[in-house]
Design a binder for this molecule. Structure first.
Ligand SMILES: Nc1ncnc2c1ncn2[C@@H]1O[C@H](COP(=O)(O)OP(=O)(O)O)[C@@H](O)[C@H]1O
Ligand SMILES: [Mg+2]
Length: 249
């Protein structure tokens, strides 16, 4: 079954066209990778799929499980099973993480507080995280790695149908990277479809992506397998031409 279909997507941010006709399809249970230079529109793509109001779809459409969600509100998309992990998570003072996670489980999965409490502590153990993290305030004073791990915990609890990860590997140390990749692999093996945005091939050593897309200047210029990651790691994004010819040659 088709999980996500992005068709001729053109997106404007602050009156500037950032995405210039993006097409791809992600089947249920697949893990796709999006790579691309800084400013190519990767975060824009992630935020647009999640329904961020700042990102205006001027052309094209997004379908989730066969249903057009191009105009749907972010909360509706979340309820349908789309989860976005941000590149820069926000700090929320006065909200303890345990309370926040209980609220998320209530809203998205209808799980009551008591059951949620147990689930959260179990998940923390399963993922090898520090239990003390739960009594801290949401993202306040968190290191990059801690934020990312917390987001992965959240994703693990929500069990979304589609998990969109915007650079979960940026600014994290090797040990954290292992934990984060482990959660992604676990969710993938449980059937979650994943769209993973990354700069580096390192995190992919732990994962088994079905497809790799390269985004340049608002367009997917080439799609393929892990050989693309290798090529980019060795020769940089310049090795992939705007029309993908450098790869085919
Ligand atoms: N909220 C915004 N306001 C203004 N410009 C933005 C905004 N978000 C993204 N852009 C611009 O869109 C382009 C693509 O950004 P982004 O999607 O963040 O790229 P990437 O994630 O690939 O680095 C950049 O030129 C960036 O400055
Ligand atoms: Mg980005």
């Amino acid at each position: 079954m088709l999980m996500l279909k992005v068709k001729n997507l053109h997106v404007k941010v602050a009156d500037k066209e950032i995405l210039k006709g993006v097409d791809f399809e992600l089947a249920s249970g697949e893990l796709h990778v999006v790579m691309g230079p800084n400013g190519s529109g990767k975060s824009t793509l992630a935020l647009t799929i999640a329904g961020h109001p700042k990102y205006e779809v001027v052309n094209g459409r997004i379908a989730f499980e066969g249903e057009d969600i191009t105009g749907a509100k972010p909360e509706e998309r979340a309820r349908k099973g789309i989860f976005l992990s941000f590149q820069h998570p926000v700090e929320v003072e006065g909200v303890k993480i345990i309370q926040f996670l209980q609220r998320v489980l209530k809203n998205l999965r209808g799980i009551d507080e008591v059951e949620a409490y147990d689930m959260i502590f179990r998940a923390v153990q399963e993922l090898g995280l520090e239990g003390s993290i739960l009594s801290r305030e949401l993202n306040v004073g968190f290191s990059g790695g801690e934020r990312k791990k917390l987001e992965m915990l959240q994703a693990y609890l929500v069990k979304p149908k589609l998990l969109i990860l915007d650079e979960p590997d940026s600014g994290v140390d090797v040990d954290s990277l292992k934990v984060i990749a482990g959660v992604i692999a676990k969710l993938h093996s449980e059937g979650t479809s994943i769209l993973l945005i990354t700069h580096y091939g390192r995190i992919l050593e732990y994962l088994n992506p079905q497809r790799v897309h390269v985004l340049k200047d608002g367009k997917l210029v080439v799609s393929g397998g892990m050989e693309l990651v290798k090529l980019i790691e060795e020769k940089g994004f310049a090795a992939v031409d705007a029309d993908g010819t450098a790869v085919k040659a």
